[in-house]
Structure formats: C-alpha cells, structure tokens
Design a protein around this ligand. Structure first.
Ligand code: ATP
Length: 508
C-alpha cells in the first residue's frame, strides 16, 4: 500500500509486493507456474534459489522437530519421529476427517461482474439513509477506501455501520452494491464451495474411482498413528512430523504464494494424555514462536493470536495462530501457522470410520486405556518462505542494487560467493581452488563473469552473507577481500583462512 505522497523516510521503509515479486522472478526464487503458457492461477514454481531457500527452511524445521527436538518440561528431549505419507489415500480418510462435505468456504457470486467472493471476507457498509449498502473486501484497505470515494456519496467510513456479509439477512441482499459492480442487488445467496481437488484412479473411464489430493498433510499422520506405535519404540507423549505438498482448490488464490492451490505444509501431531493437553498446548506455542524468531523473523512482525471461544471449531479446545505482518496485510497480520488443541477428535473419527481400535494402553498410568489428545502445530512451508523473503527484503539506496535480502546465514541459499576480480588466468584458478575447498562444507557460488559491482549486486539481491574476491594481491601475498553483505564492509584476510573465517561468521 503506497501512500500518494511519502516522506523520504516512508519511501525507504514502505515495501511494495510488486518489487518483491519482481525480484523473486529476476533472481530465480519463484516463477508463475506454466509461465511460457501464460501461467495458471494459484500455482507457482520454485527456481534454483527459491528451492534452496525452501529446503533450508524445511530442513531447519525437520531438525527442530525430528533430529534435535526441544527439551521438554521434564528436562529431557521430547520424542518426535518423521513420516512421509502418500498424497492420495483411501477416499474414506477424507470423509472421516470431515474434509469431504465439510471442507468448504461459503461463496457469493456477482451476477453483473461474474466475480466470486468468499462470503466471510466481505464486509457490508450500512448507511443511515437510502444510499446503497456497500460491499467491500475485508482484507484490502485500499479497496475499501477507493470504493467509498467512488460510490460513497461523500460519506466517510464513520457514517456507516459495518457488518459481515454472513450476518446480513438474505432479504437485504437487494440493497447491496457488490464490490466492482455498478448496479445493486447482484450478489447471489452464499453457496458452499468444496476445496478438495478430485482425481480419478484407474485407467478406464468406467471404473474410475474418485479420490482426492490431500488437503493437508495432517491426516496422513493420524492414519499412520497405529503403524508408528506398533513399529517404533515411541510411547506417550510423542509426536509424528511430516512435510509435504497439500492441495486446496482455493476460490480466490492471491497475494503471491500466500494463498495458493498447491502449497507445502510442515505439520506435527503431538499425542498425549488428555490431562496433559493444555500443558503441551502452551509448550508448543512457545516453541513455535521461538522457531520463527530463530529463522529470522523479527518479533515485532509476529503476532501470537489466541482464538476467541466463538472462533473455535467445535472440537477445538484452544487455537493460537502465529501471524506475520506481510506487506499486503500491514498494519494487520496474516496466518503463518496454526497451533490447535484438537482433543481426541481426529483419532476418534478415524476409529469410527476405519473400525480399527486406536486406543493407547498406557503402561506408565496403570495400563489406562485412552484415545490420546492431540496438539497440532501446522505451519505453511511456502507461506514461511514468503515471510522470510518479506522480512529479508531491505531497501538501501546506497548500494548499486538498491536492495538486499537480509537472510540469516542458515536460511541464505548461498552462504558465500567466490569472485575472481577479473577473468584473467591467475585469478580464476585460485578462485576455482577455493571454491572446490569451500563447497565441501558450505553452499557457495563461484561467479566469474561480469564487472565486480554487478556481481556484488547480484549476491546482495540473493542474500549471500559473504563474498570473497580474488585479485592481484591474492596472487602476491595470499590474501583475499572479504565483503560483508549488510554493511558492505571489506577486510583482507588470508586465503588459507577463508573456511575458518566463514565457519566462524555464520555459526548460529
Ligand atoms: P487460511 O485461514 O489462511 O485459509 P487455514 O487456517 O485453513 O488457513 P490450516 O488448515 O490451519 O490453514 O493449514 C495450516 C497452514 O497451512 C496455514 O497456517 C498456512 O500457513 C498454510 N496454508 C493453508 N492454506 C494455504 C494456501 N492456500 N496456500 C498456502 N499456504 C496455506
């Protein structure tokens, strides 16, 4: 949201999503899927650097969950094991989970503009006279203001009462001027819209069975809970973690990769005794908040939002969203991860539908039999990538690129670049030798061509924390220039010492 007239300070700090999207394309982070065919709405391809960034975030999550899980309240590490379940499962899974039938958003169509809106995302401005009731889009403040200016008959926001469309009587729909429409009364009744992607299993049209691409990774975990219990040595409480693709036929994919139709999730289901669930809920809220700080998100841009009782789905005993202040939600926040105390809802449903006993016999509690309760920290991997990029994007008019990505070393796709000053014979072999040494330990880039300024600009834009330049002095006295990304400060260090220098600089 760019104000019409900015003070110089605001110009420096206002981040425009268009610039972020352009950088992502220019430098090979994220491309529109099927680009050369004109794209396909809601799908994205990750380029060479976007893939590295996404893998770094995924691997860090995996490490923090499965490889070195946190220390629990009793002072010993908690137990979490990994899983990689199929994207397509028996369709009954999605019936049991409530996704087939229940996994839908109420939508309204505009008969005039043919646009479709999520009913719960429209707010209605109700005037105190016979001006039409204006429908606007809730999470788009610019749109709301522009709409008011255009069709608000000189009124300001305070002249209206606001309601959510879902609270408006159907009989009053005739009074509403839909967003984008010229005539009032064009909104249809809200209809349910199922988000599950259907596919057909089987080669012949006649015996094709309808199946679904998973709408979340979580169900793959619930249906393997018993397999994991029977095959590994975990005991209550424990977690199962999974990272992978999820698919939702979102009605209105938008805000770059924030709301896509194909995306990735990092979900962990934590199984525990019912009496302990609230304690673990609080534990995971705090661990997950720490995680997002560790990967580089500024605490000021993170909001831990506990759901009010009237917001909770009926089976949830508590939900807290970790929200991030994305440029397109600013000054508000958008969901990055949801942490929910789901009670025994999921396992009970799968026990009912699969007719398989999913109770736990607890040797530590006098062989008490119970269905464990579940705490679910469910994060978006691709939404996390977007948060990392937005957070890292730093405007700096004092450098040629005008911008750099301030990734933490752990998240940066490349930890260092090795740049021979010229493509001259003696610079290149020394650079190649250093590259061959460093690449054994770090993700590094060897960039030979172009003038050095352009190469620094490229490394700034892809967020590489350190550059090492090989020049004539390297040949004569065995030193290289080390350049730090954020300060652009340069110092001479020994060529032999580059690996130790980098190791020291980027250690967490
Ligand atoms: P929203 O309210 O934004 O639709 P949700 O509450 O339905 O999200 P969950 O079902 O809790 O989301 O999924 C867990 C996480 O998966 C979310 O916090 C988000 O990071 C991610 N996610 C969900 N839907 C999408 C999507 N369409 N595109 C990208 N990420 C998504």
């Amino acid at each position: 949201m760019q104000p019409a007239e900015n003070t110089p300070l605001e110009q420096e700090t206002t981040i425009d999503m268009k610039d972020i999207v352009a950088l992502c394309k220019r430098r090979g982070f994220i491309f529109q899927a099927s680009d050369i065919y004109g794209g396909i709405n809601g799908f994205w391809d990750y380029g060479p650097l976007g893939t590295e960034l996404k893998n770094n975030l995924r691997d860090y999550w995996w490490k923090s969950m499965v490889t070195t899980p946190p220390i629990g309240p009793d002072g010993t590490p908690v137990q979490i094991v990994g899983l990689d379940s199929a994207i397509i499962q028996n369709p009954e899974v999605w019936v049991a989970s409530g996704h087939v039938g229940g996994f839908s958003d109420p939508m309204v169509d505009c008969r005039e503009t043919k646009k479709r809106y999520r009913a719960d995302h429209l707010i209605i401005l109700i005037p105190n006279d016979d001006t039409p009731w204006l429908a606007t889009i809730e999470d788009d403040e610019n749109f709301l203001k522009a709409r008011l200016k255009k069709v608000g008959k000189g009124k300001s926001l305070s002249d209206f009462t606001q309601k959510n469309l879902t609270e408006v009587e159907l009989t009053d729909f005739d009074k509403i001027l839909a967003p984008h429409a010229k005539t009032k009364g064009t909104l249809t009744d809200p209809k349910e819209f199922n988000l599950m992607f259907e596919t057909g299993i089987g080669a012949s049209q006649d015996d094709k069975v309808t199946a679904y691409l998973r709408g979340e990774t979580a169900q793959g975990i619930f249906i393997n809970y018993k397999n994991v219990l029977d095959s590994s040595r975990v005991k209550m409480p424990f977690g199962i973690a999974q990272v992978g693709k999820a698919f939702r036929n979102e009605v209105n994919p938008r805000n770059f990769i924030f709301r896509s139709r194909e995306f990735e999730q990092m979900e962990m289901e934590w199984f525990c005794h019912p009496d302990d669930s609230q304690k673990w809920f609080e534990f995971w809220k705090s661990e997950r908040q720490k995680f997002w700080q560790q990967v580089g998100l500024n605490q000021d841009n993170i909001l831990m939002r506990d759901h009010d009782a009237d917001e909770l789905v009926f089976y949830s005993q508590g939900t807290c969203d970790i929200e991030y202040k994305y440029p397109f939600t600013d000054p508000d926040f958008g969901e990055l991860e949801g942490i929910a105390n789901r009670g025994d809802y999921d396992l009970t449903k799968h026990q009912e539908h699969s007719k398989t006993k999913l109770e736990y016999l607890d040797p530590e509690r006098n062989n008490e039999k119970y269905i464990p309760h579940v705490i679910e920290p469910a994060a978006g991997l691709t939404r996390g990538v977007l948060a990392l990029i937005c957070e890292a994007y730093t405007v700096d008019p004092n450098r040629p690129s005008g911008v750099y990505l301030n990734f933490t070393p752990a998240m940066a796709p490349k930890k260092a670049a090795i740049l021979p000053l010229t493509a001259k014979e003696d610079h290149v072999p020394t650079a190649q030798k250093l590259y061959l040494e460093l690449r054994e330990e770090f993700a590094v880039d060897l960039d030979i061509k172009q003038n050095i300024g352009k190469r620094y600009a490229r490394q700034d834009e892809i967020g590489t924390p350190y550059c090492f330049t090989i020049d004539n002095e390297t040949i004569s006295d065995g030193t290289v220039t080390a350049r730090e990304r954020n300060t652009m400060a340069q110092e001479r260090i020994a060529l032999d010492n580059v690996a130790a220098y980098l190791r020291d600089k980027i250690k967490p």
